[in-house]
Design a protein around this ligand. Structure first.
Ligand code: PEP
Length: 249
């Protein structure tokens, strides 16, 4: 039985006091229902949020990680640096990284491997643009995004990873994929992995991301291959985020 997981991605929002207020609100209102919960916070606030969440079961995550181990890579944050904190997750391949910063499939695969090298669970984001969906390329895009990681890190690496299916057209747009649209892609991903390793596929946590809100989370999370969510906008509101967490099965 897969454990559900709800992850908040705060992106580049707010300032220090907003981050600590939000973490405090989540910590105060949190009622453990057996599912996992995490917040991926801006890295400048890592130390503070790490201390604030210490002793709770709310896990800390990063929004990205460098593709190199160390060296002259101005502005990047290595997996080893993240590992100085109680960092459990690192998002890799978020569509905003892929589209605004040109993170290629190969670069995402290297970031995924760096994360694993430090025992940090990568949350590998995959998903198609509207144009790709409309030209029936959804599955081939997902194939390319997954294959780059499988080629570099191997299918066995997925035993320690999470996948997030995030249709680009649903991120921050208020346009949520229908439950059936999301389930179809989640099932496709699980079947693809199953062709390489049935056990890994069965245990794989596959999250849905794209305009998840308290009013649509229950139906999405009830789908058989949706194991929780990666939440952007709604994770900036403590009550909304906790309500989404409570929608897990
Ligand atoms: C995201 O950025 O990963 C995301 C899913 O954002 P939103 O929930 O705002 O669509």
């Amino acid at each position: 039985m897969r454990k559900a997981l709800v992850v908040g991605n705060w992106k580049m929002n707010g300032v220090r006091s907003d981050a600590t207020d939000l973490a405090t609100a989540i910590k105060t209102g949190f009622e453990d229902n057996g599912a996992d919960i995490a917040v991926c916070v801006p890295s400048v606030y890592f130390s503070e949020i790490d201390s604030l969440l210490a002793g709770t079961s709310i896990l800390l995550g990063a929004q990205n990680v460098a593709e190199h181990d160390s060296g002259a890579y101005t502005g990047e944050i290595s997996a080893k640096m993240l590992n100085d904190f109680d960092c459990h997750f690192a998002i890799v391949g978020h569509s905003e990284r892929r589209s605004y910063y040109n993170d290629s499939n190969e670069s995402v695969a290297r970031r995924y491997s760096q994360s694993l090298s430090q025992g940090i669970t990568p949350i590998l984001c995959v998903g198609e643009t509207l144009e790709e969906r409309e030209s029936n390329e959804t599955f081939s895009v997902i194939d390319q995004q997954l294959d780059a990681v499988i080629d570099l890190a191997g299918i066995e690496s997925f035993a320690k990873a999470v996948i997030a299916y995030e249709p680009v057209w649903a991120i921050g747009t208020g346009k949520v994929a229908t439950d059936d649209q999301a389930q179809e892609v989640h099932a496709y991903i699980r079947n693809k992995l199953a062709q390489l390793d049935a056990g890994i596929a069965e245990n794989m946590q596959i999250l849905y991301g794209g305009s998840v809100k308290p009013n649509n989370a229950t139906a999405l999370f009830a789908m058989p291959d949706i194991d929780g969510g990666l939440i952007g906008g709604a994770s900036l509101d403590g009550d909304a985020f906790l309500s989404i967490y409570q929608s897990t099965k």
